[in-house]
Design a binder for this molecule. Sequence first.
Ligand code: C2E
Ligand code: CA
Ligand code: CA
Length: 402
Amino acid sequence: MYQVLLVEDDVQICEVITEYFHNKEEMQLTVAHDGEAGLACVYESEYDLILMDVMMPRLDGFGLCKEIRKDSMVPIIFLTARGREEDVLSSYDLGCDDYVVKPFSLAELYAKSKALLNRTESLMREKMLQYGDVGTSEELLNKKHREDQVLRAIKTALKERTFQVFYQPIYSVEKQRYTAAEALVRMSNTKLGFISPEEFIPIAERNGMILEIGEFVFRTVCEFMVQERIWEKGIENIHVNLSVVQCMQERLAQNFLEIMKEYDLPCNRIHLEVTETVAVVSSKCLNVNMHRLIENGVQFALDDYGTGFSNATSLVDYPYDIIKIDKGVVWAAMENDNAMKVLSHSVDMIKSLNKNIVAEGVETLEQANQLKHMGCDYFQGYYYSKPVSGTDFVSLLGKKGV
Ligand code: C2E
Ligand code: CA
Ligand code: CA
């Protein structure tokens, strides 16, 4: 069932449209009687299509459309009494998808609505197909609704500065204590509850908001390290994740160097984690940024090693100091002899390149012992600690004795 919002101040028009759409049983109509009420509906719920009058009290159709387009690509049809060419053209400028001129036939309005919904759905299906992800119409719609909700939650969290940064300690085999940590971003929303970064980071990447999130995380980490004088508590550096989109910014290195200077944080306190996908997608820009940061003392870690498709190339082409073996690879090795052989040889190869190895997803003492035996240098995983807030991380360091 499609959710359709009708924003129209003429009660009579609302009634006839509601009745006509109701009889078709494919679309569920919600009615708002002025632009502001319409906007409130859009903020509150998800719609598949919006029909809106142009001349309305409080906020007119043009203003409403402009507001909606800041956040959403939901299809919009204008119901306009004006048929003047310039009005029609300016509606398209604002991002409306179609229009009908009053007085219109209900059958025409319905047909246009249906056509627009179908087109949106097939576009969505095409997009999902690219990700190898197809489903029923219902699943597609649900996915899109959820994505819109998460997108709005990200905007709220950025505006209200409610993102948090958690820290997961990294244990050094040699020093037998925590010497580093990985910073992991956290987001909660009053309506949606906790939202995993696995879900919201890809959405923020598609939308560009990852840049703002990334800078927030980086600043938070710098401030935290300096405030706590974390190196005096044994933490030599903190790892920060970088997204593909950040690595494609020419100004990334410059920006990060300026931030570290602002907080008076030595660059060697920061390690940046990059996945192989990044290296594949944005090799030139990444290379320039990496060298600039490395010259200043930042180190780079190759994240999720073993999951991509260009492991060896990444190791050869980029100046990584640290390789992080993906948790899936670690777990597979514990279950399967062949996977264990592959891991063991990978460790030997990486060590022969003089790089340090962090094994992720260490959940038991037995796993830790096996990985230590293989030659891994650092461990990260629930056996040691889940990611915790800054305060909890500091008190964890006080406890020592792991
Ligand atoms: P990642 O970089 O591979 O981070 C490690 C993930 O594994 C974290 O999930 C961590 O909580 C989880 N993990 C660590 N040890 C264990 C374990 O022993 N068992 C299990 N089951 N899980 C473990 P999290 O925090 O949900 O983050 C998911 C992903 O989101 C991260 O994967 C990273 O790709 C991305 N992410 C998180 N924070 C940021 C950020 O600030 N910026 C960017 N660009 N991406 C981030
Ligand atoms: Ca990581
Ligand atoms: Ca990882």
